[in-house]
Design a protein around this ligand. Structure first.
Ligand code: FES
Length: 309
């Protein structure tokens, strides 16, 4: 008479490896936003737990495939194979193939593949752009001789020529003279540090002195007393320091370089405040932050972590 079959003979007990794997993935995703070493740690945790998880799952399969030792007689000699064929490796009623294990692994594998196909492109499109350093190419904004000493020039340029005028940006550029044998420039972004509106020079422009150089337009100023924002009245001094209104920090600035007598704009960075003026000013720099975001002080702790941009 046949014994009743065990309905689920190879189902493993509950395991903590999937939980560890999920924790590793969470640490990896948080690390992508915060810092690379945390992302690496998350990847390591996820890989370790994935290995342990897979090893657990496949161990059951391996056991199920392991050749069985023929039963031995009481004297220690192997029992002969029954007449007409080889010895049966499995007892009657036992599954030759671990169907439950196969279904478990194939469901997990298929689910993983489908999940990867759906989520990896979406996550890639969301997370990758800040890391591709888009739009951080240096921009040639003309010969340094087009920038008179001590006066701001309003320079507009296309940050990406392939996108046309929609990519036009504005910077306020002032030549500060020589400092330690090198030309010194103050280059301020026109993005308000409140909500990003375009700030304007507080003073008249010398429209007649406008110069057009390829995609760059240079408009000299006559005399300005700082910068003002038309949206909510934010005011800044001539170094870009906030003097009144809702902005939370000074205006952002651009790094620069000089090559073959031309001035090149580099990456933008944020500034909490500037001490002093001109070539000798002490600029308190920070990684570029979004408008409205504090970059120092206790308030900066209240802002969510931002990806590099
Ligand atoms: S956006 Fe400039 S003050 Fe509000």
């Amino acid at each position: 008479m046949t014994e009743p079959r065990d309905e689920n003979p190879h189902v493993p007990g509950p395991s903590l490896w999937p939980v560890g794997f999920a924790v590793g993935i969470v640490v990896l995703l948080v690390g992508i936003v915060i810092s690379w070493w945390i992302a690496g740690l998350g990847a390591l945790i996820a890989l370790c737990f994935a290995f342990l998880w897979v090893r657990d799952l496949t161990a059951g399969t391996a056991l199920a495939h392991a050749p069985e030792v023929p039963p031995e007689s009481p004297t220690g000699a192997n029992l002969p194979a029954p007449e007409g064929g080889p010895a049966m490796p499995h007892a009657e009623g036992e599954e030759r193939y671990p169907r439950a294990k196969f279904l478990e692994l194939s469901t997990l594998g298929l689910g993983g593949v489908i999940g990867g196909l759906v989520s990896v492109p979406a996550i890639g499109f969301m997370v990758a752009p800040p890391f591709l350093k888009q739009g951080t190419k240096d921009h040639d904004i003309g010969p340094i001789t087009d920038y008179p000493e001590g006066k701001y020039v309003v320079a507009t340029f296309m940050s990406d020529k392939s996108q046309g005028t929609v990519s036009r940006r504005t910077a306020f550029v002032r030549y500060n003279g020589q400092q330690n044998g090198q030309p010194s420039f103050t280059i301020i972004s026109n993005h308000c540090a409140h909500l990003g509106c375009p700030v304007q020079p507080n003073g008249p422009l010398d429209e007649k002195g406008t110069k057009q150089l390829a995609d760059v337009t240079l408009i000299p100023t006559i005399s300005i007393a700082g910068f003002g924002c038309p949206c909510h009245g934010g005011q800044y001094d001539t170094e870009g320091n906030r003097t009144s209104g809702p902005p939370v920090r000074a205006l952002d600035r651009y790094s620069f370089s000089i090559r073959n007598g031309h001035l090149f704009l580099g990456h933008a960075f944020s500034v909490s405040h500037v001490d002093g003026t001109g070539a000798t000013a002490k600029i308190h720099k920070w990684t570029q932050a979004f408008p409205g975001e504090h970059v120092n002080g206790i308030e900066s702790w209240l802002y969510p972590v931002q990806p590099p941009h």
